[in-house]
Design a protein around this ligand. Sequence first.
Ligand code: SF4
Length: 495
Amino acid sequence: MCRREKPYDSSSIFDLYYNSSFLILWIISPVMSLLAQYFAQQQFCVFVEYLSAHQAQWPVKTQFAGFPACMTLADRVHADDDEAPLQVAKQYPQEIEKVIHFSGKARDIQDFEQFLQDAKTRGQKNLLLLTGDKLKQHCYSHDLEPRTRYLESVNAVMEAKRQGGFHIGVAFNPFKYAEAEKEAQYLKLHKKMKAGADYVITQLGYDMAALQDAHAFLVQHQYAQKILACVMPLTLARAKFMLKHKVAGIVITPHILKVLQQEKEQGLSDRVYVRCALQILMCRHLGFAGGHLSACHQPEEQSLLERYIEEYRHLSFAECERLWNTLWQVQTGTEFHPKLAYYSRPATSSQIIKYQHLHLMHDALFESKLAKGVGRFIFNFNVWDRSRAKQALLKTEHLSKHAVVGCESCGQCRLGETLYICPETCPKGLANGPCGGTSLDRCEFGDRECIHSVKVRLAKAVGQTNILKEKLIPTVSIAVRGTSSWKNWYVEAAG
Ligand code: SF4
């Protein structure tokens, strides 16, 4: 029988594509980290967390249940004075692939520039850049000491990208259950992508629907960046610890506690590892690029987890999910949600009116050609270099803005980019969006509503959501703080 020639052979085209991808990878691999290569080759990988307190006590894994593994070194998780991850990394062989965390708490952009310099010198390419939880010794402003500052992850990503040569990860918290705080997280994720993130690691959480949403978000917006899920074998003791210490951004519901308590009483504590294995496997099925394994440090714990991964590896997503739901006693899926007093809230009319007034004033006084010309003319005089004039100007600016928006004389006014909600009224001073620590719109510090939730509601009411998604707001360096932003604005407008 005569076989008709196929116009092309799809398998050889695939081979060609596949081989050329490998060829490209092989050519560029010296400049790519191993981790970037795993991602490029679509290999699911496991980040195994090591804390500085462990200091080479336990062997480092390069494979975890058959998946490539790298060590990930957390920054000041236990204590504010934990040894720096770059220092800890020195104690392990160079050829072990590492991810170095940098947390922005109590840091300035200059600290970060120094960190990047050191990372380059030590050949560390994989970074995970975080704004960071509240510093345990957070200082509120008083006469003796200035308030603690936080370098935002968006700004750290921008700088790392500008310098080049790094493979940059960012954190993301999809476990948010009030509308505004959830939208604020996703809007900031857009910014992190725009700033140059290469991969995303989620917060620790057990709500698989929220993890699915996070993955779907990347697909929907055609982001090529990889996403990994943070997982942890959740024991009753750990769950209680997290509740007691109010670990920022982690949701532990009464239902979770109830299940863990029952299991403990029935001697079924191994289920903690079964569930962790299932979560890793489900994430793999969903298209996650890997898992970030926290609090599973001891070799026995790791072996147990690996054993269960091997045991359930053959299951489909639906089978894993059935087992997961049975073990968690899931009926509706809301077992992982905190109790909500409300889901959605509109911006108030006074917030909208205030925005409109300030917007009009801002346009007239700072954006118009006339205003810039007059401002330039006024601030051109040398008198403004004299210390008394400087002080008088600063005081006038502070008096006129503090009562209205909470100004703290940062020297680089960002009100026009933050819908006139001053970033300084966030205890971490974040301008680009929220940290991961909100709880149903409440700030991680517990004393106020998160300003970024307020901002999202207002942005929706006045049709300005895009500004929260697109506008990358530069960080304020320590040097510019305590100077007049008016003068700085007009002088810069002149330049
Ligand atoms: S106001 Fe929002 S972003 Fe700022 S510290 Fe509180 S929770 Fe985090």
